[in-house]
Design a protein around this ligand. Sequence first.
Ligand SMILES: [Zn+2]
Length: 292
Amino acid sequence: MFENLSVKTDFKNQIETAFKCGRLSHALIFEGSSEETRFKTALELAKAVLCKSELKPCGVCSSCLKAESGNHPDIHIISKAADSSMIKIDAVREIRNKALLLPNESTKSVFIIFEAQLMNANAQNALLKIFEEPQSHVLFILTCPSKASLLETVISRATSYSIGEEVASEKNEKTELIREKANALLNCYISSNELSFMKMTAEFQKDKQLFLEVLKEMLPVIRDGIVFQSGSKELLSDFPETAKALASALTAKKSIELYKELSALADEAERSANHNLTLTRLSSKLYDIKNR
Ligand SMILES: [Zn+2]
């Protein structure tokens, strides 16, 4: 298994042993490596589980061929919706209906939840309900860059495996995107009105994780603004120009209020299942400070 995939030897051994002894847990989390490797690894295991030959996965039986071509009736791939950056709760609810049915032509139904971190808390809770009534014919494989992005309750009901190190380039690209968005939002806050700011934040409705990370990335820039106002030149954030612009747009008192308000909103968004409530308050709270 996993012959042509660059996965950790540890991972390969653990999965193969569990598979051969029939001790695979009914819910697996594959974390680390690249998005592509995570997907191929999950599919490879699904193939092995459904393969009709002795040496699994054989790659040539009808089941393996269907899996290869993406047409296996007992492999269900759940991923983000075409019109959204998230896995929708409806897609998760649909799993429940499908999981109750017996497989079409195999002994198992395999559900691959591709990039499970794209489920918001509600969707993950819906998945938990399915985990709580395990059907012996069902196997769930969740993939994600890091299981830290999943709810503790989901992690505790599954067996986690690290495929490999999270790929650095993917990480860096994401970090870069978050930093740019944080900087753009702060510049919009300084120079523009509440409506433009709200328009910019609309994309976060569908992506709590992105929202949280952007909020957290704004904080060091605001902190630098406060430092600059106090006369220090020791700016630590990546956007000193934005920090200086903030420092001239707001009084020192307002800068501190802005920092406190944004920290509180970030905490609130993190704890709440519905981050959109926080999102709708974000612009009004921040502009209250600016316009006071
Ligand atoms: Zn086969």
